[in-house]
Ligand binder design. Structure first.
Ligand code: PMP
Length: 404
């Protein structure tokens, strides 16, 4: 078991003593990431792909080096399969509007699941409305895992795209995306994976995973906000139209029509997030130096400790599976008679940061039969002392509300 306790010192914000348990929403940034962005902005910043001058060439080289770093991290077949986006949301919208509007029509089915984040639901609802395609949803089982029998029931030749999460941001469960991709392809469907949680916490080998599109955000993997990735297998990207037009994405423009630049640039209209790309590069270097297996192992170790420790907190229910199979470091909780927001406020007063609400997964909340949960989520800098504080805060909240 790799000990990651030395990492905490790399995260200045944690020096304040806060027990930060909201990494599922966004992660903190280590010094090497902050320094890489600072150094780049001080010495090499200019717009990319434009100037013939030295600074612009240096900035372009750094931007493209970040693309290459992403490609090697996820084992993409080529750097050209890596599209920089604003984040997971924009990446999925690129697929929904760029691929979906082109290829879906009445009679077609878009298959998503009951455990999706709104980012992998709402774009498909919008595209279904415009194309006449219908939406269907794979069910979750009683434990909060994706029900593969339900998937088998729903997959068929009328399904043209399957949109599935790689890891639930509410329950931490990790659907068997490899099997889903293989089976979907047998029916000719494309597969898009919302990997906003999966890539930061387990890493992904896109060739091994077998999906057509994979979306993730830098800010959840120790990097900055404002940049994310859409990986697409080249043949899937070739089937996709750009859904944003503007500078940088064209080959030629006349007053009446335009032709597109090569992939991936046709999907990157306008000035991209340049400093942020350098930050993402540094974040990947940082994660790689730990090793993604060690990252997941650390999350799981803390989850096991938390599940055991929180098991006998009076009135507390934990949503999702209690065993660690195919599960990451996310724990959603409700306390009898205490609203999730009150729980989070009391925890905050005890120095513990957790998120409360529907976590952008309202349909999943409905399936779970709750309006909201309080969610604790772990990352590389989380420690057992954070769980001590969480447990203490939860017991304190129970006492305040007279839960026994
Ligand atoms: N999907 C999942 C599973 C998420 O957890 C999130 C972030 N909460 C998103 C999508 C959206 O990511 P972003 O806000 O970075 O676009």
């Amino acid at each position: 078991m790799t000990d990651l306790s030395h990492l905490k010192q790399d995260f200045p914000i944690l020096g304040s003593g806060v027990h930060f348990l909201d990494s599922g929403a966004s992660s903190q940034k280590p010094i090497p990431v902050l320094e890489a962005m600072d150094q780049f902005a001080r010495t090499s910043y200019a717009n990319v792909h434009r100037g013939a001058y030295k600074l612009s060439v240096a900035a372009t080289d750094a931007f493209e080096a970040a693309r290459h770093r992403v490609a090697t991290f996820i084992n993409a077949a080529s750097d050209d399969e890596v599209v920089f986006t604003r984040g997971t949301t924009t990446a999925i919208n690129t697929v929904a509007f760029g691929w979906g509007l082109e290829h879906l029509q009445e009679g077609d089915v878009i298959l998503t699941t009951e455990m999706e984040h709104h980012a992998n639901l709402v774009p498909w609802q919008m595209v279904a409305k415009r194309t006449g395609a219908t939406l269907d949803h794979v069910a979750i089982d009683d434990e909060g895992r994706l029900d593969m029998a339900s998937f088998e029931d729903k997959i068929g030749p009328e399904v043209k795209i399957v949109a599935v999460t790689g890891m639930s941001n509410v329950l931490g469960t990790m659907p068997d995306v490899k099997t889903i991709a293989r089976r979907s392809h047998e029916f000719g469907a494309r597969v898009v994976v919302d990997a906003a949680q999966l890539v930061p916490h387990a890493g992904v080998d896109v060739q091994d995973l077998g999906a057509d599109f994979v979306a993730f955000s830098a800010h959840k993997m120790l990097g900055p906000t404002g940049i994310g990735v859409l990986w697409g297998r080249m043949d899937a990207l070739e089937e996709t139209e750009p859904f944003e037009g503007g500078g940088e994405m064209i080959a030629n423009v006349t007053l009446h029509e335009s032709t597109w630049a090569a992939i991936p640039h046709r999907f990157e209209a306008g000035t991209p997030s340049i400093i942020e790309a350098v930050g993402l590069h540094a974040a990947i270097d940082y994660l790689d130096s730990i090793g993604m297996e060690a990252v997941l192992e650390h999350d799981k170790k803390l989850t096991a400790i938390a599940l055991e420790r929180l098991g006998d907190v009076p009135g507390l229910s934990i949503q999702g599976p209690k065993d660690l199979t195919d599960r990451g470091g996310v724990i959603s909780m409700t306390m009898e008679g205490v609203h999730a927001h009150d729980l989070a406020t009391i925890l905050d007063e005890n120095g513990v940061s957790v998120r409360a609400g529907h976590h952008c997964a309202k349909p999943l909340m409905k399936c779970l039969g709750v309006a909201a949960t309080a969610r604790a989520s772990f990352y590389v800098y989380s420690e057992e002392s954070d769980i001590d504080a969480l447990e203490k805060g939860l017991r304190h909240a129970g006492e305040l509300f007279g839960v026994s």
